[in-house]
Design a protein around this ligand. Structure first.
Ligand code: 9MR
Length: 445
């Protein structure tokens, strides 16, 4: 049973009592009503440290039961002991505090939110992202129609690496057999070259951008493979000398099970289709850096394991240079150590690490209808955490950190999840958000 209160504490509200309705009436097993658990707690913000809270379990009917505190959503559990418990947050923000009681018929849980604010406003020493580091490049996902006016200005001031958000995928570049359309891809590449930016090619093979004619290919499997080889060779050769790197295969692994996806590429070319595609790309240009790119590989352990076994296989054949970990994350999840795990696996193999596709949702629970200051601060903190993790990578393993869209109104996530969110670094009026400061702060230490 869960009861989430819509209630916030701020520094001026020093004490409040949380009591409600998340109660549980237990049966003693013989059909007789026994104890009713009424969970409640008191929460105060310390007068000594505005980032410290004290909590006291004031539940009734919970004698002899084990209880736990959780000081942020998805955070570790801390067993409740008698008296008060104390927790100090690392930074200002809005946090969910939960008390979980292990009742005989399951957990009884109560939650509330607290806003802690240490009032420290950090003034970033530089204003532009790309000026904050020279050990890796700062990427942005772009569209050919978003390269002028304010986009143009911000791209030039903040970024030095471009990824096409959708226009360098097979369904756009190869709409029908034998006919390529490089109009939009060329516009992006020409823009990047004219502005002295790196360009990351994304992506040659992705099950989600397969044109119908390829999905329903009428030739033999051999002809299919030849067609794919021609396609990879044509595209890689076209941008040889201008594009620094390619995601050759994107998202080849299923969620949770870690199984290989049954894409048309796998069914037509066999389980070793991945190595074949990397070989085609390597043959077309031995100097281009080749990446494998996927999402959820920070915390989905089966997916991560399969990913590294694919990578090891490619490494044994000299066919891969780096791993792209898509950073479609939120302010609560995944944790720093989960993010670190994919970094460790990549660095220990001597490969380059790309944090690709960064966006940080602030509304995964769909509980706000406009961006609050508190969530914007939490987003700044999460962005700072991610960038700090990236910046700590040895220089030879660094590559780029790419943000997946400029303004909040341009994110793919709102359509995808069907709920409001503000996951990017810029407001719709092209002003920077606290998350933009967080990015720079991480590089300023
Ligand atoms: O953000 C991209 C969106 O604009 C496109 O319509 C879509 C299909 O091409 O691809 C989105 O980007 C995806 C990326 O290429 C691979 N990882 C997941 C991204 C979100 O779907």
């Amino acid at each position: 049973m869960k009861n989430l209160m819509k209630h916030s504490y701020s520094y001026i509200l020093l004490m409040a009592i949380v009591t409600f309705f998340a109660c549980q009436t237990e049966d003693d097993g013989g059909g007789n009503a026994a104890t009713t658990i009424v969970p409640s707690f008191e929460l105060t913000i310390s007068e000594q440290n505005p980032l410290t809270i004290n909590v006291v379990n004031t539940s009734t009917g919970a004698n002899g039961l084990t209880s736990f505190w959780q000081f942020r959503q998805g955070g570790p559990l801390q067993q409740d002991v008698s008296g008060s418990a104390t927790h100090t947050y690392g930074a200002s923000g809005e946090y969910q505090v939960s008390l979980i009681i292990q009742g005989p018929n399951g957990n009884v849980e109560i939650s509330d939110t607290v806003i802690v604010d240490d009032g420290v406003v950090v003034t970033p020493p530089v204003a532009n992202l790309k000026d904050a580091t020279n050990s890796f490049s700062i990427g942005m996902a772009v569209q050919a129609s978003r390269l002028t006016d304010e986009h143009d200005e911000i791209l030039k001031s903040d970024f030095n690496n471009l990824t096409a958000e959708f226009e360098m995928k097979m369904n756009i570049m190869y709409p029908s057999q034998g006919t390529y359309d490089f109009t939009a891809a060329d516009a992006i590449v020409n823009y990047g070259v004219a502005n002295d930016m790196d360009i990351h090619g994304h992506t040659l093979i992705w099950h989600n951008s397969v044109p119908d004619w390829v999905e329903n290919f009428t030739g033999t499997d051999e002809e299919f493979e030849t067609m794919i080889e021609d396609y990879i060779t044509t595209v890689v050769t076209r941008y040889s000398g201008t594009i620094r790197s390619w995601d050759v295969v994107n998202e080849a692994i299923e969620d949770n099970t870690g199984a290989l996806r049954n894409s048309v590429f796998r069914t037509r070319m066999g389980d070793d289709y991945i190595a074949k595609c990397y070989q085609f790309a390597r043959n077309a240009d031995p100097n281009i850096l080749l990446f494998y790119n996927d999402y959820n590989i920070t915390f989905d352990t089966n997916k991560q394991a399969t990913m590294f076994s694919i990578v090891d296989d490619l490494m044994a054949q000299g066919l891969i240079d780096g791993v792209g970990a898509q950073m479609h994350i939120d302010i609560y999840f995944p944790s720093a150590s989960q993010i670190q795990s994919v970094v460790n696996g990549t660095v220990s193999r001597g490969l380059k690490m790309h944090f690709s596709e960064l966006d940080v949702r602030v509304n995964p629970g769909n509980d706000i209808s406009q961006l609050t200051e508190a969530r914007a601060i939490e987003q700044r903190n999460k962005v700072r955490e991610v960038v700090e993790i990236y910046d700590a990578i040895p220089n030879q393993n660094k590559f780029a950190l790419t943000v997946w869209g400029l303004r909040d109104s341009e994110t793919w996530l709102v359509d995808f999840w069907g709920q409001p969110d503000w996951p990017l670094l810029y407001n719709n009026d092209f002003t920077t958000k606290p998350a933009h400061d967080g990015f720079i702060e991480a590089l300023s230490n």
